[in-house]
Design a binder for this molecule. Structure first.
Ligand SMILES: Nc1ccn([C@@H]2O[C@H](COP(=O)(O)OP(=O)(O)OP(=O)(O)O)[C@@H](O)[C@H]2O)c(=O)n1
Ligand SMILES: C[C@](O)(CO)[C@H](O)COP(=O)(O)O
Length: 260
């Protein structure tokens, strides 16, 4: 007999509407090829393979006709089963894209995982850890990994180039208390709604300071819990990240390598 707790009816909001400026491919990052297929398709296959969700709401960049076509083909592949796929247009910021995704959710959804398409190689077990923690009663759950570098604080140099004007180091952060945070980030639907309703009233400076959904939930005073993520969940942000992701897919270890 299984001891697994009953899981909430879950949707994944897969945010893919970013422009990918730091990657520098002159096209939305979701459409950039990785192992011959757009980054978005790797992320989507990972979400679907995990089997955690009844719906995947994909938040797309404007004018991504090629991605729309691929997603329609994928929807046909899924016709005999799997989650409902919903496509919505994204916003100017990641938080606005998440809100667009919330607007596309079906009736009856109880929990939501917000996942970056840019974390295209996230292992299935990370999705399961997050959903299991929600099933066990957590309201907000994030995957996280220990920080490997020593982290310093520095005095602001008003945007000057640190190579020309060295920054003054003001302290060393306590590394044992620090975590690098990833996605999928899981929430009870009502909690994520409350957090984003509050954020939609932020001024420009407050909105610019928002880097993940858990931060918005923290601001509500609601406890957020962390489960162990995976270094394989790297966010493809820079050209080096894309090289690493290609290596994970095609190198001698292949994507069978999963760090637990
Ligand atoms: N307006 C935005 C901005 C970001 N994202 C998504 O949020 C995730 C994390 O964002 P990031 O990796 O920073 O992507 P970009 O914003 O595309 O990167 P850049 O800042 O280099 O342009 C990505 O899957 C991205 O597509 C989004 O859906 N809508
Ligand atoms: C949500 C996130 O992936 C958690 O690490 C990250 O904060 C996204 O940051 P970005 O500024 O959109 O790169």
């Amino acid at each position: 007999m299984s001891n697994a707790l009953p899981r909430p009816v879950t949707a994944v909001i897969l945010v893919a509407a970013g422009s990918g400026e730091r990657l520098g491919h002159g096209m939305p990052k979701a459409a950039v090829p990785l192992g011959g297929e757009p980054i978005l398709m790797h992320a989507l296959r990972g979400v679907v393979a995990s089997g955690v969700s009844s719906q995947v709401c994909i938040v797309l960049p404007a004018g991504a006709d090629g991605l729309h076509e691929l997603l329609e083909e994928f929807r046909e592949e899924l016709a005999d089963g799997g989650p409902v796929l919903t496509l919505v247009d994204g916003g100017a910021t990641r938080a606005e894209s998440v809100r667009a995704g919330l607007g596309g959710l079906m009736e009856g959804i109880e929990a939501v995982l917000v996942h970056d398409a840019a974390r295209a190689l996230t292992p299935e077990y990370v999705f399961h850890r997050v959903v299991d923690s929600l099933a066990a009663g957590a309201v907000a759950v994030i995957p996280a990994v220990p920080v490997v570098d020593t982290v310093k604080t520095v005095a602001s140099t008003s945007g000057e180039d640190a190579a020309i004007a060295p920054e003054l180091v003001t302290g060393t952060a306590p590394r044992e208390e620090l975590r690098s945070v990833q996605t999928p980030q899981g929430f009870r639907l009502s909690t994520l709604h409350d957090a984003h309703r509050a954020a939609s009233r932020f001024d420009e400076a407050q909105a610019a300071a928002v880097t993940d959904d858990a931060m918005l939930v923290e601001l509500l005073g609601v406890p957020v819990h962390a489960v162990h993520g995976s270094t394989q969940s790297l966010k493809i942000t820079t050209p080096l990240d894309l090289i690493i992701a290609e290596g994970l897919l095609e190198g001698p270890l292949g994507i069978r390598w999963v760090e637990g």
